[in-house]
Design a protein around this ligand. Structure first.
Ligand SMILES: [Zn+2]
Length: 339
């Protein structure tokens, strides 16, 4: 066999193994989370919130319909709350942050595919549209002339010059998220001072987010609308009182404006350190049935231990169907049906 022949067969073996693993993936709830649909190159802000293009999203929808029972969050709650184990392969599609492309691009596609997705919005961004902090960090990195940046109380400078724009923004965002000694506005003000940037040059956030009329139209046409808090601040950085205000008042605001029951919340940022056990109790106290994290993995049940920290697979960097399957496959072995 020549070299070309053997390398082709190695690829065939790998894809055969991948396909078999995908076929044997265990039962459970698979949540796939998106932020923006579109092209990062068209934006002045954070490129990492662009999950995929419209074309890719259409391919993903086909895959979900073909290989899962796609359910709405409301159906999920009605069918499975507190049941021991999920005995099907269920898929739920969610969107965080409420960007305008969710309404203009994703919603019509979901509607014509007959799929109800969950959209988690921060109500302050609908009430008083402004550039969110992660997008402002994206703008800062794109316009800074310095190679590194360090706030006075940071131990290490952050490299904002090397690598792709996605990596450069990700590095600065990581430093900003880890620092809970100051409020988000103060951190951004200090960053702009250190880098000598003036946000009056930043594009206005006109039409960056869905408005109330658009959100109501989506809710009235079968989409599930959930809370992403009031301000999108990281809950674990806030006092218990402030966390409860974020959770309860955003729920109330959505229910008033949309005239429907709001039963789910997605934690801003959503990693392990962005919410605590106490946050989960507050979610329960505020009257939510489910809470979604941003940790990857398959959910086996909606028991009280799980339903306030549901896992979601992040769709990022214009993932192909193959990359999406690979991401899921990493969570179980071929020889067992258990996660
Ligand atoms: Zn978010």
């Amino acid at each position: 066999m020549n070299i070309k022949g053997s390398s082709r067969s190695a690829i065939e073996i790998i894809s055969g193994h991948m396909a078999l693993k995908w076929q044997r993936r265990p039962n459970g709830l698979y949540c796939f989370n998106y932020h923006r649909i579109g092209h990062a190159a068209d934006s002045e802000f954070d490129p990492n919130v662009f999950s995929c293009s419209e074309e890719r999203f259409a391919q993903h929808l086909k895959l979900y319909k073909q290989d899962f029972d796609v359910v709405s969050i409301d159906e999920l709650i009605a069918l499975h709350i507190n049941r021991q184990k999920i005995k099907e392969r269920l898929a739920v599609i969610t969107f965080d942050d409420g960007y305008i492309d969710n309404y203009l691009v994703a919603y019509p596609m979901l509607k014509s595919a007959g799929i109800s997705a969950g959209f988690f919005v921060s109500t302050d961004y609908i009430d008083k549209p402004e550039t969110p902090w992660w997008d402002e960090v994206g703008w800062i990195v794109r316009h800074a002339e310095a190679k590194t940046v360090k706030l006075p109380h940071w131990s290490q400078p952050v490299n904002i010059a090397d690598g792709s724009i996605r990596m450069r923004v990700r590095r600065l965002l990581r430093a900003v998220k880890q620092d809970n000694s100051l409020g988000m506005t103060e951190k951004l003000t200090q960053l702009k001072q250190v880098l000598q940037l003036d946000s009056k040059h930043m594009p206005k956030p006109t039409d960056l987010f869905i408005n109330w009329a658009q959100l109501k139209e989506m809710a009235d046409n079968g989409m599930h609308i959930g809370s992403h808090t009031l301000s999108h601040n990281i809950l674990s950085h806030l006092s218990v009182e402030k966390q409860l205000i974020e959770l309860a008042q955003s729920k109330q605001r959505l229910e008033t404006m949309l005239n429907c029951n709001v039963s789910s919340v997605a934690y801003p940022v959503g990693g392990t350190d962005s919410f605590t056990q106490e946050t989960q109790q507050l979610v329960h106290q505020a009257g939510y049935q489910l809470a979604f994290s941003f940790m990857s993995g398959v959910n086996t049940d909606l028991s009280v231990n799980n339903r306030f920290q549901l896992r979601r697979f992040p769709i990022e960097e214009d993932a192909s169907r193959w990359q999406l399957k690979q991401m899921v496959n990493r969570f179980f072995t071929l020889w067992t049906n258990e996660i």
